[in-house]
Structures are given as C-alpha cells and as structure tokens.
Design a protein around this ligand. Structure first.
Ligand SMILES: [Zn+2]
Length: 240
C-alpha cells in the first residue's frame, strides 16, 4: 500500500480506481483506514499530494477512531461495558435480583439489567434480552416516527417491517413496503430520521437519481452529515 508521512507518522492508504468513478473521494474509517477512490487512470502522484494535503484532518480522524476502539464497543454484553444507544455511549449495569427472569430497562442514560444470581455471568442471556428489547423498542418507536415523516412528505408507505439486517439500514420494495433495521435505535435520532426519509423518498423515486436526492434534501437538509456518520460508525454497530 502507498504511504505518506504526516507530522512524522507513516500513514498507509489504499487506492481504489474504477471506470465508474467520476470523482475523487477520500474517506477515513475505523474499519478500512484511509481510502481514496478515483477515476480510472488518475495519476498516483496527485492522489499522493492530496493525501498529504489533508494530512492534519486524516490524523485527527484516525485518532478519533482509535479513541472509539478504546471504549471497547465489542458487544460483549458484560457489566460496565459501554454500548451505543441513540448515538450515546451508554453503560450497561448488570445486577442480581431475586426473580427467575431477566429484565432490561433504559433509565437516565444507563441500561440496567436485572438477572437471577445464577445467570449473572452469562453474556448470552444479556445478549438475548438486549436484542429482544431493541426489537420491541424499534417496532414501537420507528413505526411511529416513520409515519409522522410520511405525513409531512404526504406519502403513504405500505407495510413497515422491523428487521435485524446485518448490513442494510433500510429498504423500500417496488410495492411500497419499507423495512427498517432495528439497529437504527442505536444511532443518533437525527441519523435514523435521515434513513427513514431516504426510504420514504423511494416511494417517489426508486433510484438514487438527482431528483431522488432533491426530495431527501427537502426534508432532511443535513443528510450529508448523517450519511457520513453512518459511513464512519456502521462498523461499531456490527453486533451478532
Ligand atoms: Zn436508497
């Protein structure tokens, strides 16, 4: 991989050239590091210069991702771990109680889990509780919110389904049914709203044409910030 020295640090970057690329795009993410995509045949020398020029920003982003990793967002489901909930790092507190079943509550910024003493050190039960709770919450909250966006946009979606997709945040089918990922409850609310507005806009345009983005922008002027949030943080939300 090509390298560049920025403020005394060797930074590797990956170049991706395809015939389909029309623009140059530089991205930094926790998962893929520094990537630059460019049109076919674009001179390496200029890409190198561009990486160097953006050096301070790149270092800053890399540092940010390193600090995220230190917060160990690894979905281990153990006491004291920080989980991302609605975009906030939320501590998980696991305490015993006398009942046989487990319970999960989100209260004043803490995910509180009560478990019978015998299951206290069993991450799999915490995992199950968390996913069940997330699905229920998503079903309630996202259905409600997407309907109010639909009203504002004067659109009528078909069926709304909540799924546990691995890589997709949402989708819209040809007959107007929309599915939303329950992990949208983990991202900042404004980012989740962007995804819902995006899928709703597909009811008008089932493509990503300029006209489509025009509709999205009308209802979500900050969509570029939200898209970037998703690009940069999706890897943190890859949980089993
Ligand atoms: Zn789309």
């Amino acid at each position: 991989m090509p390298q560049v020295k920025i403020q005394g640090v060797d930074i590797e970057y990956r170049v991706l050239k395809t015939r389909r690329n029309r623009y140059i795009r530089l991205t930094v993410s926790g998962k893929n590091g520094v990537r630059i995509s460019a049109p076919w045949g674009y001179p390496e020398r200029e890409l190198h210069a561009m990486v160097r020029e953006k050096g301070a920003w790149i270092l800053d982003r890399l540092q940010y991702f390193r600090s995220l990793e230190e917060q160990q967002p690894r979905w281990r489901y153990t006491d004291g771990e920080l989980l991302l909930v609605q975009g906030e790092w939320t501590p998980l507190r696991i305490t015993p109680w006398e009942f046989n079943a487990g319970r999960l509550r989100l209260e004043t910024g803490v995910l509180e889990i009560r478990l019978p003493q015998s299951r206290l050190n069993d991450p799999s039960i915490v995992h199950d509780l968390f996913l069940r709770w997330l699905r229920r919450w998503a079903l309630q909250e996202l259905s409600h919110r997407i309907n109010s966006h639909a009203d504002a946009m004067r659109l009528r979606p078909g069926r709304i389904t909540i799924r546990a997709q691995r890589s997709k945040w949402g989708s819209c089918s040809q007959n107007g049914n929309i599915s939303l990922n329950m992990r949208l409850m983990l991202v900042p609310p404004a980012v989740a709203d962007y995804v819902m507005i995006h899928e709703l806009a597909h009811l008008r345009q089932l493509n990503h044409s300029q006209r489509f983005w025009g509709i999205v922008d009308r209802y979500c002027p900050d969509r570029k910030t939200h898209q970037r949030w998703l690009r940069e943080h999706s890897w943190l939300l890859e949980m089993d």
